[in-house]
Design a protein around this ligand. Structure first.
Ligand SMILES: CC(=O)SCCNC(=O)CCNC(=O)[C@H](O)C(C)(C)COP(=O)(O)OP(=O)(O)OC[C@H]1O[C@@H](n2cnc3c(N)ncnc32)[C@H](O)[C@@H]1OP(=O)(O)O
Ligand SMILES: CC(=O)C(=O)O
Length: 536
């Protein structure tokens, strides 16, 4: 790895530990290739430090550092290796674990140290004095090997409450031995912002050490605790992308840097990085194989989605009235949701988003709102079915439904053999371009058979349908108290390889609801393909 050429200002550290603490989250299991790819994204985003793992603890992390040295060429970040202070009763120079940290080639090392007296006695099974010596010896050794050293004081806040003098002694020992930053860790994640603020201010006043913060999210306050520490004087924040981490997670990198940049007006990222935040967050979610959280602050798909009619009516005048920032600042976008909570303004803004100007026709917007509310009272949901909403809107704009085909009838048959073997067959009869079409299809289930029959009927006159693929299909039973007599809602997601759209159907049974969803899905696909509708 070549050394970073465009290093951020050392006055404030944005330290990412996605590849170490983030990987401690249940369900995350990264390969070396995943770790390298995530490191590249984090460097591109502009964090100052990337903690890559614990070399020597497992073959994967050891290999990561070996490959990082050969393959990573960071523009902004420095690579950090993580490990613990030397073993009790030994010497740092002979500690194999510290040797692995040095051999990793990382220019920066984070050492986890005990700072809670009870942990020293119960977990390390050693004396308080020996723990201080472990800290001093380990830091001094790594400094003598020319490494920058940060110390993570594990359980610092609980330790400070139990034995303030000892917790402060750990900070002083690390600082005097040459640790550049002493990181106060809320390891159990039980702190609240006021306690963090007071403690950090006191430690700073008592020791003069440069302080960092590492907050777990067990009270849901990790971001707030991190910002409270910064307010009290911490100049190094440890975070993970999307808040991944042990148990419920760590301070989420994105809201932390979003707040630092946009609320505290501190430049902690290279110029232009903030606008990449949404993309980077989602790219990392893909790499760890977890769906991006739709409701994550700043970067979530719903972070700037507006549903309430009153909000929309104010947003129409000025989006700032219901948004804490301009979503584009962080690479996100405002979205209008249309549902039974919408008013004319919501529909007007949604129409604009879809390319329809409803601003000059108050009655038209009113008719669309009325139809949405009526349909939603029957079980439809348009906030999750943009394409069905657009078709409804077009109906009102044009005063008629534009059709590419008109149904005469459909029928499905499901067979069950004695051995459980199932067969599903569908027949559709419909009209398109003046011709009567009749086709059958077989499938895994009745909906699959219906879809195949529909495509077979239409593929000669609409070859464009071959490009369309159903990528998701969700069924929800509405009014569950009615058991098998309930209504069924089906949501279908379709793609043509360039765009993806969602449609909805509601009916008394799943096949009929699916037909309605499919009809909208293919109608919308043919509309997108630029074809002229068939008949009124
Ligand atoms: C708060 C945090 O998240 S810190 C990060 C924690 N991350 C991890 O634990 C993931 C990687 N860990 C591992 O792979 C393994 O635990 C290893 C390789 C580090 C150690 O494995 P083992 O040698 O089998 O020890 P084990 O995990 O059972 O126990 C940890 C040992 O480290 C000691 N230890 C714990 N913290 C420290 C410390 N800060 N300084 C020195 N020793 C420590 C414990 O006392 C225990 O010692 P013992 O073996 O004499 O009982
Ligand atoms: C170091 C660390 O991960 C913690 O104390 O939570």
């Amino acid at each position: 790895m070549t050394q970073a050429s465009n290093l951020p200002d050392d006055a404030f550290h944005v330290f990412d530990t996605t590849l170490r603490d983030g990987a401690q989250r249940e369900g995350i299991n990264l390969t070396v290739a995943d770790k390298l790819a995530i490191a590249r994204h984090l460097d591109e985003f502009g964090v100052g430090f990337i903690e890559g793992g614990w070399p020597g603890a497992n073959p994967r992390d050891t290999e990561f550092f070996a490959r990082a040295a050969a393959e990573l060429d960071f523009r902004h970040a420095r690579l950090v290796a993580f490990g613990a202070t030397r073993r009790a009763g030994g010497s740092a120079a002979e500690d194999p674990q510290l040797a692995a940290l040095v051999n990793s080639g990382a220019p920066v090392i984070t050492l986890v140290a005990k700072s809670h007296d009870r942990h020293v006695e119960l977990a390390l099974r050693t004396t308080l004095e020996e723990n201080l010596e472990m800290v001093r010896d380990s830091v001094a050794y790594l400094r003598s090997r020319d490494r920058r050293v940060f110390i993570d004081c594990e359980h610092f806040f609980d330790g400070y409450r139990a034995n303030r003098e000892y917790a402060l002694a750990v900070v002083r020992t690390a600082h005097e031995a040459g640790a550049e930053v002493v990181v106060l860790c809320d390891t159990n994640g039980g702190m609240l912002p006021s306690g963090v603020r007071e403690t950090v201010a006191d430690v700073l006043a008592e020791t003069g050490a440069r302080l960092g913060i590492h907050a777990q999210d067990d009270t849901g306050c990790a971001v707030a605790n991190t910002l409270a520490a910064v307010e009290a004087g911490a100049t190094h924040v440890q975070c993970t992308a999307n808040g991944y981490g042990e148990r419920v997670g760590n301070a989420n990198l994105f809201p932390v840097v979003g707040a630092l940049e946009l609320k505290y007006d501190r430049r902690v990222l290279p110029p232009g990085s903030l606008a990449e935040m949404t993309r980077i967050s989602h790219a990392i979610a893909e790499l760890v194989n977890l769906a991006p959280s739709t409701h994550q602050p700043y970067v979530g798909f719903s972070a700037f989605a507006h549903k309430a009619g009153l909000h929309a009516s104010a947003i129409k005048v000025d989006p700032d009235l219901y948004q804490h920032i301009d979503p584009e600042t962080v690479g996100n976008t405002m979205r209008m949701l249309v549902s039974d909570m919408a008013g004319r303004a919501s529909v007007e803004l949604k129409g604009k988003e879809l390319g329809y100007d409803l601003s000059t026709d108050r009655d038209l917007a009113g008719r669309v709102v009325a139809r949405v509310k009526e349909q939603e009272s029957l079980g439809y949901t348009y906030e999750s079915a943009d394409a069905s909403f657009e078709l409804l809107l077009r109906d009102e704009v044009r005063g008629r439904r534009e059709r590419y085909f008109t149904l005469e009838s459909w029928r499905t048959i499901s067979e069950q053999g004695p051995g459980g073997a199932a067969g599903n067959e569908a027949t559709v009869k419909l009209w398109a371009k003046g011709e009567r079409m009749l086709a059958t299809g077989e499938g895994n289930g009745p909906v699959d058979a219906l879809d195949k029959a529909l495509r077979t009927a239409l593929e000669r006159i609409y070859p464009q349908l071959a490009k369309l693929e159903l990528v998701d299909y969700k069924v929800r039973i509405l009014e569950g108290q009615h058991g098998t007599g309930s209504k069924t809602r089906v949501l279908i997601e379709t793609t043509d390889g360039t765009a993806t759209w969602s449609t909805v159907g509601v009916a008394d049974n799943v096949v009929a609801a699916s037909w309605l969803g499919l009809e909208d899905a293919y109608t919308y696909g043919l509309l997108r393909a630029g074809l002229e509708p068939d008949a009124a």
